[in-house]
Design a protein around this ligand. Structure first.
Ligand SMILES: Nc1ncnc2c1ncn2[C@@H]1O[C@H](COP(=O)(O)OP(=O)(O)O)[C@@H](O)[C@H]1O
Ligand SMILES: [Mg+2]
Length: 272
């Protein structure tokens, strides 16, 4: 939340949160924004206690105009004390701050929701913040998708080789493999939609055929030809074992759900 506030207060129009949990324990959050950037005089100091430029440009919380400006230069200091690693990776164009927390020391709160249980409430935090801050667009995803979105939105450029893209991403706190970089360059990893802060927290609700509700935030799975034909092979084998045949395997993807439909029938010639 504090990182989002800082980005917003820097006048960012776009704020990206890359989130990844490694070894089921270490949460890395990298917040990138296209705001005015960290003044170079403060770049090495912003994690120190009491360092703030807020007096130059005080902001008042929209939710409570009577509350004093938050932080007073202590938020990043507090973050640094809680984190196993924290750094300003890029002062501007885009600004990038990355922090890693040990979730055994700082447990994450899971999201208590019957429709959308989640191991962490991080995405929900960004959604809530987006609702109070309509001047910025917010994005929350794993690093690869954030990188794809940064390219699509021209925050960074895609004229490098895959290897160079890996290095550029790493320098901004987005760790990806060369293979993933290649996929991004080929457009195989789609950019994500901005979080829609207009009311339901960006969730599109999708009813399944069984009447249940699935979360339709952004998760969309599309199987390529190769994967479909591998599934077809498995189904054909299974069908063969039951003396039936499989025809027209189809997929339909909706946010939060994929449906595979295959027609199964008994071979007619058996009956001739
Ligand atoms: N995303 C950012 N863009 C530009 N400057 C930033 C950003 N994040 C932090 N800063 C700078 O670091 C300072 C310290 O941040 P913080 O510890 O959160 O304290 P505060 O927000 O109360 O000033 C800010 O005053 C600002 O100058
Ligand atoms: Mg702050």
């Amino acid at each position: 939340m504090e990182l989002l506030r800082n980005a917003r207060d820097a006048g960012a129009r776009n704020i990206y949160v890359a989130s990844v949990l490694r070894r089921r324990r270490y949460r890395t959050l990298t917040v990138l924004d296209d705001g005015q950037g960290v003044d170079e005089r403060y770049a090495t100091l912003i994690f120190e206690p009491g360092v703030t430029t807020r007096h130059l440009n005080p902001t008042i919380e929209a939710v409570d105009p009577n509350s004093p400006p938050h932080g007073a230069g202590l938020s990043l200091y507090h973050i640094r004390n809680l984190a196993v690693r924290s750094s300003l990776l890029s002062a501007a164009s885009p600004t990038s701050i990355t922090v890693t927390f040990d979730t055994r020391v700082l447990p994450e709160r899971s999201l208590q929701s019957t429709t959308r249980p989640s191991r962490s409430n991080l995405r929900a935090t960004v959604e809530n913040f987006a609702r109070t801050s309509r001047t910025s667009a917010f994005y929350y995803a794993q690093p690869a998708k954030i990188l794809a979105s940064l390219i699509k939105n021209h925050i960074i450029h895609n004229d490098e080789s895959a290897v160079e893209l890996v290095e550029l991403a790493e320098a901004l706190g987005l760790r990806i493999s060369t293979r993933t970089a290649q996929k991004i360059k080929n457009g195989e990893i789609p950019a994500i939609e901005r979080i829609d802060g207009s009311g339901d927290g960006g969730r599109r609700r999708v009813m399944t055929e069984r009447g249940g509700e699935v979360d339709g935030s952004t998760a969309l799975l599309d199987l390529g030809d190769e994967q479909m034909s591998r599934i077809a092979v498995i189904l054909r084998e299974a069908a063969h074992a039951s003396y039936v045949e499989v025809h027209d395997l189809r997929q339909s993807s909706r946010p939060g759900e994929i449906t595979l439909t295959a027609r199964v029938r008994e071979p007619e010639d058996e009956y001739e």
